[in-house]
Design a protein around this ligand. Structure first.
Ligand code: C6P
Length: 385
């Protein structure tokens, strides 16, 4: 039975060039970076830095040193919450997130608010699963220090109007962090045009290995933020009285990073560049429309998230079966989807559901695979209804 993989929002599959790059790195290029004068250390350092430049180009950032390597979006958001929080957030300040955030973009701000006495404000979401922009405007004030919102929702697929969100936040002097975990793999992201202050992605959702991702921060912020972790590579001088920090990006990359994953990540970025993120977005949109057309006909099935602008995420519930039953039944038919709250419990509560079944598409999915999904959902209905 062929496997139909429709859980791309959780993690993508990897192209052979990425797997080959990992194998090549460990068999012929493995050394620790920035530490040795020998060939392998220099080679690993050179390859590591090539990925940084590829990421700068891919996201159109101004400087390569604004791209900080992290393990994933979660680590990037926690870094900003800790470091930006320490330098710029104090009691009475306000941070704005939205109802459709992933827990990774809620909990770090809650922890920061507990530490500092700042207040977390939440943008409401409409019945279609769009941000209530009037609600957003009414939350903004001179107390707002940071707005942190998701670019594309993992649970609904909604593409948020982030350029407008950034513009409005900057009008009141607030910085903006965009959670691009679900946008970077599927839509073109131009960081200079968006003008956001921070941006995170998850490399493993964009064809890369699981240990390499990017936190982007504007140089002007990163320069003024304290280090997140202390250790090797992030210092200039260390004495027991006082230490000083290395310049960007090393200041935020303490210790030995996931070098092999970072090296292979470049090949994922180049693969996306070669295919073209815009054509990936168009392909996924066509698959989504094709899927929506068919599942709409299924009695007792309700789509959760019907925004006007959506990426390739199809979230739904059925009146005859719990999302977990849908998921396990689809799995037995060779169709992999995710069933659960998608780490977005406040959003599930907003829609009055404990969880949803979610199919998420990527560049390698086909109309035949959508047909297999739809056929499997019909099977679920015939078993449970
Ligand atoms: N969402 C999903 O199935 P990490 O785990 O750090 O790579 O990414 C966290 C994260 C942050 N923001 C958004 C919008 C996300 O979708 C995710 C990961 C996966 O939807 C796993 S819960």
């Amino acid at each position: 039975m062929p496997l139909v993989y429709l859980d791309n929002a959780a993690t993508s599959q990897k192209p052979q060039v990425v797997i080959d790059a990992l194998a090549r790195y460990y068999s012929a290029e493995n050394g620790n970076i920035h530490r040795g004068v020998h060939y392998l250390s220099e080679k690993a350092t050179e390859l590591y830095d090539l990925t940084r430049e590829a990421a700068r180009r891919f996201f159109n950032a101004r400087h390569a040193h604004e791209m900080i390597f992290t393990r994933g979006a979660t680590e990037g958001i926690n870094l900003v919450a800790a470091s930006f929080g320490q330098a710029f957030i104090s009691a009475g300040d306000e941070i704005i997130a939205s109802t459709m955030e992933h827990h990774s973009n809620i909990v770090p701000w809650q922890l920061l608010c507990e530490r500092t006495g700042a207040v977390l404000k939440v943008i409401p979401v409409t019945d279609a699963g769009e941000l209530d922009m009037d609600g957003y405007r009414s939350l903004l004030s001179e107390r707002t220090k940071l707005v942190s919102v998701v670019h594309v929702s993992n649970a609904l697929g909604t593409i948020n109007p982030v350029a407008e969100i950034v513009r409005l936040a900057h009008e009141v002097g607030a910085a903006v962090m965009l959670d691009g975990a679900q946008s970077a793999p599927h839509t073109a992201v131009d960081l200079q045009a968006l003008d956001c202050d921070f941006f995170v992605c998850s490399g493993h959702k964009m064809l890369g290995p699981t240990g390499a991702s990017i936190l982007y921060g504007k140089e002007s912020w990163l320069e003024r933020m304290p280090p997140y972790m202390g250790g090797g590579d992030m210092i200039e001088h260390v004495t027991f009285e006082r230490s000083t920090w290395a310049p960007l990006p090393a200041k935020f990359e303490a210790g030995t990073p996931s070098i092999g994953d970072v090296v292979a990540f470049r090949h994922a970025i180049e693969y996306l560049e070669q295919v073209g993120v815009e054509s990936i977005a168009a392909h996924e949109h066509a698959l989504l429309e094709y899927a929506v057309e068919q599942v709409r006909e299924i009695p007792g099935l309700t789509l959760v998230g019907t925004a006007a602008h959506k990426a390739g995420v199809l979230s739904f519930v059925m009146d005859c079966a719990h999302p977990h039953d849908i998921g396990t039944n689809l799995d037995s038919l060779g169709v992999a989807i995710r069933a659960g709250h998608h780490c977005a419990q406040p959003l599930m509560r907003r829609f009055g559901v404990p969880s949803t079944a979610r199919a998420s598409f990527y560049l390698y999915n086909t109309r035949d695979e959508v047909d297999a999904l739809v056929k499997a959902i019909h099977r679920v209905r015939s078993v449970f209804a």
